[in-house]
Design a binder for this molecule. Structure first.
Ligand SMILES: C[S@@+](CC[C@H](N)C(=O)[O-])C[C@H]1O[C@@H](n2cnc3c(N)ncnc32)[C@H](O)[C@@H]1O
Length: 424
């Protein structure tokens, strides 16, 4: 009988009749990923591993007659969440406990991992949005293979999606005596692209007090904002444009449990918000109850084997995996083979063009970052140490081997030449 301590499942989820109310929905992909990764082998385990990786997604005309309408405004975001189906899992099977590669053989609960083998085989990737052209979006920093069915796209909004930018729980907070927490010194809010001095950090007025984007869930019924959420969002966009592009992220933060305590925040990225993150938040336009909230975090004494940043924590196998980063080297022969690929500005017709990369150097950097993260499965790492490892990237077929603490690229061939020799 299912549900009686059963560890493995496959059929239970497929027996239900589709119905929105019960959550048994039939999905329709909005499109299929065109990716520089053609197979699972060698594909990074997370998008942050290889920022040079590229893909694009054309919104399907079966979903929207005018696909370009559905991505209108998306180009104003730097990153997007992609929800997709792990369509190459082989079959829909899953276990309650899995062995993530970073744990090198040890088990943990499937929901504590990003394993592709999960009850609904749904993946979640945060990708950089390079550009939008018509109904096609171009992405980089991805971990999805060619042909991946995409279920949904959502913009990445630091104010909603990063705990560093949301209300902290009271026992994580403390106020420093004498500090005016509503207006921290500008120089604490450094940013990559923007001059901190340009930012209205200490405005007496709310930056934009009527923004309701994201507040519907807070239950603010009957308010003007509730009826016209998109009109008010336009204010936010105007304000956002004024503050120039991707930095800072200006947003209205809603306290879901208490909508009256919603407030406007100005978020200034200290580093790349996605890969290695440190965002700072200051608040303006707060009501009194919010003003009494402290703004500086105090770290609790770190628990053993748990890594914490200011507002979130992960087990140490995520932040400090027992699997080491590998040194990567190329044999002189493989370096030479890589130079038979064509840079975007190269006119040599004898060379093989890339589909996604700009140059052999970029491809080399991508191969290096992929191998440094040790893409092998635990099984292969432990049982087939001495075997050759193959993978493809863009138009390149790579052969390498792994030794103690390193990976060495032995051979690099164009995929087309291999197809040619296989097909006769
Ligand atoms: C560990 S998963 C993480 C995916 C996503 N970032 C997440 O957290 O849900 C990434 C791995 O899934 C595999 N993968 C990517 N696309 C896939 C697909 N369409 N079907 C099955 N496996 C896929 C690749 O081997 C890749 O290394």
């Amino acid at each position: 009988m299912p549900g009686h301590g059963e560890e493995r499942g496959s059929n239970r989820l497929r027996e239900a009749t589709p119905s929105l109310e019960t959550g048994n929905i039939l999905t329709t992909p909005i499109g299929y990923i065109e990716s520089c990764f053609t197979a699972k082998n060698g594909t990074p385990r997370q998008p942050s591993v290889c920022s040079m990786s590229r893909a694009y997604l054309k919104i399907n005309k079966n979903v929207f007659n005018n696909p370009e309408h559905s991505v209108m405004g998306l180009d104003q975001f730097s990153h997007v969440w992609i929800l997709f189906v792990f369509h190459q899992n082989g079959r829909l099977s899953y276990k309650a406990k899995v062995q993530p590669p970073r744990l090198n053989g040890a088990k943990t609960g499937v929901f504590s991992t990003r394993s592709p083998h999960r009850p609904n085989a749904i993946g979640l990737t945060l990708a950089r949005l390079e550009k939008v052209e018509g109904g096609t979006i171009y992405l980089s920093g991805i971990d999805m293979i060619q042909g991946t069915p995409v279920l949904d796209i959502k913009p990445y909004i630091a104010a909603y999606d990063s705990p560093q930018n949301t209300s902290l729980s009271p026992n994580e907070l403390t106020v420093h005596e004498g500090q005016d927490e509503s207006c921290l010194p500008v120089d604490e809010y450094t940013s990559i692209d923007c001059k901190a001095a340009d930012l209205p950090l200490c405005s007496d007025e709310p930056v934009h007090s009527t923004v309701t984007d994201g507040c519907e869930a807070a239950g603010a019924k009957n308010s003007k904002e509730d009826k016209e959420p998109y009109l008010n969002c336009a204010d936010s966009l105007k304000e956002r444009k004024k503050l120039e592009g991707r930095c800072p992220d200006v947003a209205h933060v809603c306290d879901e449990n208490n909508p009256s305590q919603s407030r406007t925040s100005i978020l200034v990225a200290k580093q790349d918000p996605i890969h290695g993150v440190s965002n700072e938040t200051t608040e303006s336009g707060m009501d009194d109850s919010m003003r009494s909230r402290p703004t500086e975090t105090r770290l609790e004494s770190p628990e053993e084997c748990t890594s914490k940043d200011l507002t979130s924590s992960v087990p140490c196998w995520v932040s400090n995996s027992p699997v080491t980063t590998l040194r990567v080297r190329f044999t002189p022969h493989s370096e030479m083979e890589l130079r038979t690929f064509k840079a975007a500005d190269d006119t040599d017709t004898e060379k093989t063009p890339f589909k996604y990369f700009q140059s052999p150097e970029e491809a080399k950097r991508a191969i290096t970052t992929l191998l440094a993260a040790d893409p092998r499965s635990v099984y292969r790492r432990k049982r087939c140490e001495d075997r050759l490892y193959y993978f493809t990237l863009d138009m390149v077929h790579i052969t390498c081997w792994f030794g103690e603490g390193f990976a060495e690229v032995l051979r690099i061939k164009p995929i087309s030449s291999l197809h040619h020799s296989i097909n006769g």
